[in-house]
Design a protein around this ligand. Structure first.
Ligand SMILES: *Cc1c(COP(=O)(O)O)cnc(C)c1O
Length: 395
């Protein structure tokens, strides 16, 4: 089920994970079954003992799910993948497999909100401590390392500030202390950035975003670097139970066929929109890793094929300015999530981060007029015209 390793991501997106099957279907069949029959008692014994390859029960593995796992693992140039019921299930499975009482984690402060809460509120209950630091500054990681640090967890580009962490640099620091570097590669996708090749040990994804790309499935995936990791994480996933079903795996795998093509368009559109916003009189500032004004512009250029489809920008007029844009866009859809073919826009101060006290929100760089844009694959001039008319309503 493995596609030629030397193929480009454009070809791998289309073919990786496709498997031979009974009727020679071009696309993987959906094995919508919870369980698999044994030929006889000896066959059952051999499967349970791991002496023969095969499927037993869908929580422990399923051919349709395996096709998707292979596809993402091959795009990441990793060993094997493990599909999970959501991005959070993937992240939880990795933490649950590798952390125990007394361990310490160093985590990006610009991280997906629930990842922060999982560590700060749930894992802390089990005696795991976490230091949240600005990982875009490698010295901050170095300073936070302790003898008991087991995982350095990096999200890059990070949410929602789009700051970029040097993956190779972070790997060196983690490995000097025998810690694992785990990278959340959701914002970039494997087509734009390959953390395992840069030195990371494990990659996690929210499939919900660019990998699926069509805003119709919630899912997650872990990519491992070797068989030992795979066995440990397969066991943890089997026990925690947060698997992805065959139907959703099929849908995500279908989405991946156009991943390379979509990412090219996301990047081209976002680059043009970032430049437009940068010059707009109603826009205070723009954060996009493809603009030379981005603080980690050079690192982004070095480790990413292109800077991605996510833009953050600050509009004039604070909270009110942000609301005016939200209420006047027509083509951009007012919704959270990201990475789909449709352009989504949201205003963290009145939406995702509205419950945060203003002081704390500002400390986290989530300012009143901050707008987050997930640039889709629509016609870029039509997107620009939509943003322009909405911005021009700000007095
Ligand atoms: C959405 C997201 C997650 C969580 O994924 P779910 O599929 O919603 O559980 C994790 N990390 C990042 C960067 C995300 O954008």
């Amino acid at each position: 089920m493995s596609v030629n390793k030397n193929y480009t991501d454009e070809t791998k997106s289309v073919h990786a994970g496709m498997m031979e099957n009974e009727h020679h279907a071009v696309v993987n069949p959906i094995y919508q079954t919870s369980t698999f029959k044994f030929r006889d008692a000896d066959h059952g014994t051999a499967l349970f003992a791991g002496k023969e390859e095969g499927y037993i029960y869908t929580r422990m593995g399923n051919p349709t799910v395996k096709g998707l796992e292979d596809a993402v693992a091959q795009l990441e140039q990793g060993h094997k993948g493990l599909a999970c019921g959501s991005g959070m299930a993937a992240i939880h499975t990795v933490f649950g497999a590798y952390l125990k009482q007394g361990d310490h984690v160093v985590c990006s402060e610009a991280v997906y909100g629930p990842t922060n809460t999982l560590l700060a509120e749930i894992f802390s209950k089990f005696g795991v401590q976490t230091s949240f630091v600005d990982t875009s500054d490698l010295n901050e990681i170095k300073k936070a390392m302790r003898p008991e640090t087991k995982i350095v967890y990096v999200e890059t580009p990070g949410n929602p500030t789009l700051c970029v962490t040097d993956i190779a640099g972070a790997a060196e620091i983690a490995h000097a202390q025998n810690a694992l570097l785990v990278v959340d590669n959701t914002f970039a996708s494997p087509v734009l950035q390959k953390p395992l090749v840069l030195g990371a040990d494990i990659v996690v994804h929210s499939l919900t975003k660019f990998l699926n790309g069509h805003a119709d499935v919630v899912g997650g995936l872990i990519v491992t670097k070797n068989e030992e990791q795979f066995k440990a994480l397969r066991r943890a996933l089997n026990l925690f139970g947060g698997i992805l079903g065959p139907m959703n795996s099929f849908l995500v795998h279908r989405g991946i066929k156009t991943l390379a093509m979509r990412m090219e368009r996301h990047c081209a559109n976002a680059q043009k929109i970032a430049k437009f916003l940068d010059k707009h009189p109603k826009v205070e500032s723009v954060v996009y890793p493809g603009l030379p004004s981005h603080p980690q512009y050079e690192i982004a250029k070095k480790q990413m094929k292109c800077p991605g489809g996510m833009i953050s920008f600050e509009v004039k007029g604070g909270i009110e300015g942000g609301k005016i844009v939200m209420n006047n866009v027509k083509l951009c859809q007012l919704a959270v999530s990201l990475g789909g073919v449709e352009t989504l826009i949201q205003h963290p101060a009145t939406m995702t981060h509205a419950i945060m006290p203003r002081e704390i929100r500002l400390q986290a760089h989530i300012t009143d007029g901050l707008v987050r844009l997930s640039v889709g694959v629509e016609d870029v001039d039509e997107l620009i015209a939509d943003l322009d008319q909405a911005l021009n309503r700000i007095p």
